[in-house]
Design a protein around this ligand. Sequence first.
Ligand code: AMP
Ligand code: ZN
Length: 468
Amino acid sequence: MKLYLYNTMTRRKEEFAPLFPDYVGLYTCGPTVYNHAHIGNLRTYIFEDVLKRVLRFNGYTVRHVMNITDVGHLTGDRDMGEDKLERGAQREGRSAWEIAEMYTRAFQEDMDRLNLLPPDIWCRATDTIPEQIALIRTLEEKGYTYATGDGIYFDTSRFENYTKLSHQNLEALQEGARVERNPEKRNPTDFALWKFSPRDEKRQMEWPSPWGVGFPGWHIECSAMSMKFLGDHLDIHCGGTDHIDVHHTNEIAQSEAATGKPFFRFWMHGAFLNIAGGKKMAKSAGNFLTIQYSLVDRGIDPLAYRYAAFQTHYRNPMEYSDEATQAAQNGLLHLKNQVRHIMDACSPGDAAAMPAAADESRGRFLEALNDDLNMPRAMAVVQDVLKSEMTPAWKLETVLAFDQVLGFDLDRVGAAASLPADIQEKVTARETARREKNWALSDELRDELQALGYVVQDGKDGMKVFRQ
Ligand code: AMP
Ligand code: ZN
């Protein structure tokens, strides 16, 4: 079945085919590690995780590179302001290197809690400084750069079709860029490839270069790292929509100027998570929610956030609210209970030849995924399977196959239930009581569960338990 993905470059869904037969080269812009990732950032990483799983589900081998931005990302996206890492170091009274290490680890833990598959290659910007310098030298040799008092800049007027990704007209982009105007820049959209360390201050992270001691610009890092690890094999590059106008636009300009070849074939962008009222969540605005604060500390399974993310298509904005998260938690618990029930109902010999219904459901699931990762539709197919006339064994087989993309750990709901042990014990006791038609005990156990914060619902496919 053909896979269609929305390409920001062409602004339409296009049939995906890898450039080379051996693997799909996927580059996802990684976190700037000066603080925890917020659940907005993580929404983008969930979308990218789904993309990777869908590519695999379609039979492709994926080579996934994710960078860690540990230097050069300034508080103003257009080369002004402080380095975020140095600012984080000041805030916490540690070195920039320690901050980077600490938040890289925190990010990897968050990935783990959300079942985000780790990339095949992690790379830190600070580990590829020589490659970045080499790329800037190439641009210099080709006449794309100029020096100012504070760094080496890329002259965007020399690159034809600079706005091909953003689709903005140049005047509008330049108007936006003028806000932080550096009078030495030739054009408002020009950007730093290398910045000099300030004369009166020793930076914690700085390197010698042919142009003077300093540090790389944020954009050159991603170009150098993607080319280092994916070579000419550049299939899909992702990030959040905020990267379209500046970061990815600049990556394209400098990479294509250096190589003379098209950079990535597909550009995919995840829409923002907003907090109620349509405000965007931003680390720099200090209004951000972490996995720990907004989920774990409230007794919510982080995978419920994954479930919540699947209720909205990745290209539509998603609104965060406590109610939506709670509803997702209930939805996930319900799904796990449904799977537990079919596990219990499976009997040997049940799984004879694949019924047409299972085959047809797989087809519909894949069709939803391959229509630009339509997860709301894919989730509806999951429910159709659970409610279908298939045997429990086939329902299970089908749903567990879907879980390769869903990533809810549905294969683990059996013995080790996701409910705490004492709760599970009461649930089991109540199931026994009901089988034995001991209604008084059953009601008593229901009230006990209720008092402990678990709501019990009795339906025709058994008992369902939700956390309140
Ligand atoms: P950063 O750590 O700031 O470099 O951002 C990491 C990723 O999160 C990037 O792909 C951003 O585009 C993305 N991002 C930032 N804020 C949000 C948000 N509120 N919702 C969704 N994605 C976001
Ligand atoms: Zn990047």
